[in-house]
Write a protein that binds this ligand. Structure first.
Ligand code: HEM
Ligand SMILES: CC(C)=CCC/C(C)=C/CC/C(C)=C/COP(=O)(O)OP(=O)(O)O
Length: 320
């Protein structure tokens, strides 16, 4: 049996909570890490490192440094995804969306899940500390703690969990930014953080709407379960998209705090707004007509808009 996935692009197997669902151990290990989220986090890490180098006139990273940054960050982020699945192995059985995960379906043992989580965290953090010193490693560890130990239990208590999740999802920009030599007091780094944190509202409000029944039945506290008309979710998406565009514009125009009025800053600022526009339109349409179709459109646009905004801002910084 097949079903359409959340963004309506491909057919995916209907989730089944059975030990026979997926015999591939390798596939389970990958699935445990939430690979699509990790991939997007790595995209943000690369953009952040590049923007730090270009905006602060730093020497670029060597090939080995890029490799260690990507593998180290990927391991820490994958470990966070794994820890979340270990923690939620029982509640994940209550939602068709998550019931076929390796831990929830019991295809993977608790010992293996915990072992993979611990080794990913240890190896990833050590690699970052060895190559780049303490800051990126400490930011990674703090992100891991916030996501696993604060956000994960909060999901069943208050819809404010999304704000904590958005902070955790945005902090990895500082791993790339500081690994490349940037510091935590620079405007460019904080604008990148702003882009990421704000983007997660349209991204997640769409998901929270599409899965509102599953979240509600499993006992999760999301904006769409505590306010089921979708109005709050829509407004959070609209404000999130606006804040994302504003952070992107500031990054293009005033990467060091002081506005620099050049053709490049004006063109890229306009491009940032133009890129965010379809997401804003989708959020507005969702506000007027909160339905699965309008939410799915918003989710799809969120996944397109983030990499494009990062590309535009990176090109601006490297002076193209
Ligand atoms: C409040 C923060 C966030 C929440 C609650 C959240 C939640 C989710 C959930 C539940 C899914 C899975 C949807 C499904 O099962 O089909 C998902 C998909 C995804 N998320 Fe997020 N997310 C957040 C932040 C992030 C961040 C920071 C990134 C990366 C920068 C990210 C990237 C993705 C990607 C690439 C997908 C894959 C979409 C697909 O299924 O094809 N998310 N998110
Ligand atoms: C470097 C490092 C430690 C990075 C970690 C950052 C990270 C994993 C951010 C993810 C953001 C997030 C809240 C995802 C949803 O989890 P969820 O639990 O709501 O999703 P689920 O319901 O599908 O399990």
């Amino acid at each position: 049996m097949v079903a359409t996935d959340i963004i309506g692009m491909t057919d995916v197997p209907e989730p089944v909570a059975s030990t026979k669902a997926d015999p591939s151990v390798f596939r389970d290990v990958v699935e445990l890490t939430k690979p699509r989220i990790v991939t997007m986090i790595l995209v943000t890490t690369v953009a952040s490192a590049w923007i730090a180098v270009a905006s602060q006139s730093l020497p670029g990273l060597s090939a080995l440094q890029w490799l260690v940054l990507l593998v180290g960050t990927g391991l820490v982020a994958g470990s966070a995804g794994a820890a979340n699945q270990v923690w939620e192995r029982v509640i994940d059985t209550l939602m068709p969306r998550t019931a076929s995960r390796p831990m929830a379906s019991k295809r993977m043992s608790l010992v293996t899940g915990v072992g993979l989580t611990a080794s990913g965290l240890l190896v990833g953090t050590s690699m970052l500390a060895w190559m780049f010193g303490g800051t990126p490693a400490i930011v990674g560890l703090a992100t891991w703690i916030l996501y696993v130990l604060v956000y994960t239990p909060m999901k069943r208590r208050t819809a404010w969990n999304t704000t904590v999740g958005a902070i955790a999802g945005a902090l990895p920009v500082f791993m790339g930014y500081t690994a490349a030599g940037g510091t935590l007091d620079q405007v460019a780094g904080w604008m990148l953080f702003g882009i990421l944190a704000a983007w997660q509202y349209p991204h997640f409000m769409a998901i929270a709407w599409l899965y509102r029944r599953q979240y509600g039945e499993a006992g999760f506290c999301m904006t769409t379960t505590v306010e089921p008309t979708g109005r709050h979710a829509a407004w959070q998406s609209i404000w999130g998209t606006l804040a994302m565009a504003a952070s992107g514009v500031v990054l293009c125009v005033a990467p060091a705090g002081q506005p620099i009025w050049t053709l490049a800053s004006a063109i890229t600022a306009v491009l940032v707004v133009a890129t965010c526009w379809p997401l804003m339109k989708a959020a507005w349409t969702f506000r007027r007509d909160p339905q699965d179709a309008t939410a799915r459109k918003m989710l799809r646009w969120s996944l397109v808009v983030l990499p494009v905004v990062l590309l535009v801002t990176t090109l601006r910084m490297i002076g193209l």
